[in-house]
Design a protein around this ligand. Structure first.
Ligand SMILES: *[C@@H]1O[C@H](CO)[C@@H](O)[C@H](O)[C@H]1NC(C)=O
Ligand SMILES: *[C@@H]1O[C@H](CO)[C@@H](O)[C@H](O)[C@H]1NC(C)=O
Ligand SMILES: *[C@@H]1O[C@H](CO)[C@@H](O)[C@H](O)[C@H]1NC(C)=O
Ligand SMILES: *[C@@H]1O[C@H](CO)[C@@H](O)[C@H](O)[C@H]1NC(C)=O
Ligand SMILES: *[C@@H]1O[C@H](CO)[C@@H](O)[C@H](O)[C@H]1NC(C)=O
Ligand SMILES: *[C@@H]1O[C@H](CO)[C@@H](O)[C@H](O)[C@H]1NC(C)=O
Ligand SMILES: *[C@@H]1O[C@H](CO)[C@@H](O)[C@H](O)[C@H]1NC(C)=O
Ligand SMILES: *[C@@H]1O[C@H](CO)[C@@H](O)[C@H](O)[C@H]1NC(C)=O
Ligand SMILES: *[C@@H]1O[C@H](CO)[C@@H](O)[C@H](O)[C@H]1NC(C)=O
Ligand SMILES: *[C@@H]1O[C@H](CO)[C@@H](O)[C@H](O)[C@H]1NC(C)=O
Ligand SMILES: *[C@@H]1O[C@H](CO)[C@@H](O)[C@H](O)[C@H]1NC(C)=O
Ligand SMILES: *[C@@H]1O[C@H](CO)[C@@H](O)[C@H](O)[C@H]1NC(C)=O
Ligand SMILES: [Cu+2]
Length: 565
């Protein structure tokens, strides 16, 4: 009896922000429809436990996390633990039809993973359809007990989730677009912790938006997450410079900036010093887009409120100093400022001489025949890597790999584009076809091989900034540039001393980016643009990493409750 009480107490305590020592942390995610009001409109949205955003998952480095997901909605579902390395546990990664079949209506699946060698801020989100618009939340991984941050301990830590809000049903938005062949509607508002904020219409809902209470003289750690579907965002706080200390759950050399750039799927920890004697200040998020592509240009706001300041006092709105939509120099400066805190060990960052697999991958839009598409003269806009628009299988790739089931995928994804051309020439010469091919083609990597990937944006239809995310690994961003990658000159300029380590990198519009990693995690690992519209259009591929020697270098067997197709 007593031990049951203790166990129950421990279970409850293990849900709290790491107050007690728990090696196993249990969460329950009930996926339910919840009527929610924003922008003066009430509509049903898909949520976890009724929240928009959903609950924060707290853990410590080394913990085993168990999340029981119960699907109570009409959609197929899966949840991805974005940035968690999932060492040998690909079954818990989450992208539908890549590492699992979906959790169907009425079904349950328990994600079981251990957080190995990681601490910081990450996010979880739905990885099927466009459900991630409302099905998302934070993952906060504290360092091992007794291990301090490499910066002064903040007075408080606050999760800040940036996202988008649609007045229409998001599934209708993407379905309509796919039927017509045209681009989908953009969102109606951006949100900060679920709210468009005090400067939007209908701000009375939710008490005027998110409010961060601060005490004068104290320092706060903001764990900023971009959970938006389709937009890179600038973020800033009026009168308060931000010191960036961590991105994608890796520490960087601290630097101070008025504006943070954060792409969908990225996370950024910043220190904010409440150095004013009092007052009320606006925090804001607005989009970054340096290509002729439609975006939701609404600014989301929140309030930084010094305690003891009367709510009637005026609000400082110097936030209008957030850069304009197309501020490429601000974005470039931010990305160029990111450096790893420590020199990475050469065992994790391959040198030139040790690169076993060198891939050059074009990333961009194109067209594909579609006789029924009305908006586009019998074609539709799609997107591709190395000219292949990825076709989603109807069976789980990881399972097909593990059980040697043939006919689900091929492992012939090309290491270079089929036809070399002037990638960033804009407009692209008419003699270079923008018609794409398609297929479920993967790239095979032996265990422990060292990999270099150069992503090259193309001018097909339009150049554009693509935040590319790799599952199962962190990579080191060794270089970036504008124009065509020069394989003779550019590698000599690579940073192999303190390149930033992350899981999602912004490929500059009309440019290239290069990263390296060691394929030390067996399984099938998705790589895709984290703009959901581009993923839907096929801007994705996957790596299949073979087992190494013995059980410690091999994928674990699938859990018994793995959903079936
Ligand atoms: C949402 O609200 C509508 C009408 O306002 C109601 O008909 C519907 O049952 C509600 N749905 C849920 C899930 O509460
Ligand atoms: C979680 O997975 C590990 C293997 O990685 C296994 O030993 C453990 O029993 C699993 N936990 C549960 C609750 O299924
Ligand atoms: C897209 O936006 C247009 C114009 O605002 C609106 O009429 C239409 O209903 C929207 N489509 C969807 C699928 O929400
Ligand atoms: C607020 O609503 C008014 C009236 O509907 C409209 O004219 C205005 O543009 C809206 N402002 C914002 C920021 O949405
Ligand atoms: C936002 O976009 C709309 C049309 O999409 C345009 O009318 C409006 O001027 C833009 N506002 C800003 C501040 O750029
Ligand atoms: C569709 O084709 C017609 C006739 O060839 C042309 O006039 C029109 O501009 C085309 N529309 C689009 C959206 O490409
Ligand atoms: C799949 O094939 C590999 C290599 O041929 C073999 O080692 C493995 O046992 C096979 N797995 C199954 C489940 O048949
Ligand atoms: C490629 O296109 C760019 C932009 O139009 C141009 O400046 C450059 O000279 C072209 N490069 C080659 C090799 O043709
Ligand atoms: C394509 O056009 C460019 C000039 O726009 C020319 O230099 C090139 O030779 C052409 N390529 C082919 C295959 O026709
Ligand atoms: C892409 O593939 C299609 C279909 O095979 C082909 O027609 C086109 O020329 C290819 N484009 C490039 C740039 O390789
Ligand atoms: C892939 O391309 C083939 C050949 O054009 C086409 O028949 C098929 O429908 C395409 N598959 C998808 C999912 O678009
Ligand atoms: C849900 O997933 C199952 C398994 O892949 C599939 O058979 C079914 O068609 C899906 N349902 C919907 C509504 O897409
Ligand atoms: Cu993209």
């Amino acid at each position: 009896m007593e031990s049951r009480v203790v166990r129950t107490l421990l279970l409850v305590a293990c849900l709290l922000p790491a107050l007690v020592e728990c090696r196993v942390r249990h969460y329950k995610f009930n996926v339910v429809v919840k009527n929610t009001t924003r922008l003066c409109q009430t509509k049903p949205i898909v949520t976890v436990n009724g929240g928009f955003p959903g609950p924060t998952v707290y853990a410590r480095e080394g913990d085993n996390v168990l999340v029981k997901v119960v699907n109570h909605v009409k959609y197929n579902l899966s949840i991805h633990w974005h940035g968690i390395r999932q060492v040998r546990t690909g079954w818990a990664d989450g992208p539908a039809y890549i590492t699992q079949c979906p959790i169907q209506t009425g079904q349950t699946y328990t994600y079981n993973f251990t957080i190995t060698g990681q601490r910081g801020t990450l996010l979880w989100h739905a990885h099927i359809l466009w459900l991630r618009a409302t099905v998302h939340g934070a993952i906060v991984i504290l360092p091992k007990r007794g291990v301090p941050y490499p910066f002064p301990k903040p007075h408080k830590e606050v999760v800040v989730i940036l996202a988008e809000w649609w007045n229409s049903d998001v599934e209708a938005v993407i379905n309509t677009a796919m039927k017509s062949g045209a681009a989908p509607n953009v969102s109606d508002a951006h949100t900060i912790n679920g709210h468009p904020g005090p400067l939007s219409n209908c701000s009375s809902q939710g008490g005027g938006g998110f409010k961060l209470e601060v005490e004068s003289g104290k320092t706060y750690l903001l764990r900023i997450i971009n959970a938006a579907l389709n937009e890179e965002l600038f973020f800033g706080v009026a009168g308060h410079p931000l010191t960036v200390v961590e991105v994608d759950a890796t520490y960087n050399k601290p630097f101070t900036t008025t504006t943070v750039l954060i792409a969908p799927g990225q996370t950024t920890n910043v220190l904010l010093k409440a150095d004013k004697s009092g007052g009320r200040y606006i925090a804001a998020a607005s989009p970054f887009m340096d290509a002729p592509i439609a975006v939701d240009n609404a600014t989301a706001t929140a309030l930084l409120h010094y305690t003891d300041t009367p709510s009637s006092s005026s609000v400082s709105t110097t936030f209008v100093s957030l850069p304009p939509l197309n501020a490429t120099p601000v974005a470039s400066k931010f990305m160029d400022s990111l450096r790893s805190l420590k020199k990475p060990p050469s065992s994790s960052l391959p040198r030139h001489s040790r690169v076993d697999h060198s891939l050059f991958i074009t990333v961009g839009l194109g067209i594909f025949p579609c006789p029924t598409c009305t908006a586009n003269n019998g074609s539709r806009v799609l997107a591709a890597m190395n000219n292949i628009s990825f076709v989603m299988p109807t069976f789980n790739l990881l399972q097909a790999h593990y059980f040697n089931i043939s006919g689900v995928f091929t492992d012939d994804f090309p290491a270079k584009p089929p036809t070399p051309f002037n990638y960033t020439q804009n407009p692209t010469p008419q003699n270079t076809s923008i018609v794409l091919s398609n297929g479920t083609r993967l790239y095979r990597l032996p265990f422990n091989s060292s990999v270099q990937v150069v992503l090259q944006d193309t001018g097909f239809i339009s150049p554009e900034n693509h935040p590319v995310h790799l599952h199962g690994f962190n990579f080191f961003v060794v270089g970036r540039g504008i124009g065509n990658f020069d394989p003779k000159k550019d590698p000599a300029k690579f940073n192999l001393v303190d390149p930033v380590e992350r899981n999602t990198v912004g490929l500059p519009s009309g440019g290239w980016t290069a990263f390296r990693f060691i394929a030390d995690n067996p399984g099938v690992w998705f790589m895709h643009c984290h703009l959901e519209i581009h993923t839907t259009w096929g801007l994705k591929m996957a790596f299949v990493v073979d087992n190494g020697k013995g059980p410690n270098q091999s994928l674990l067997p699938p859990p018994p409750d793995l959903p079936k197709c």
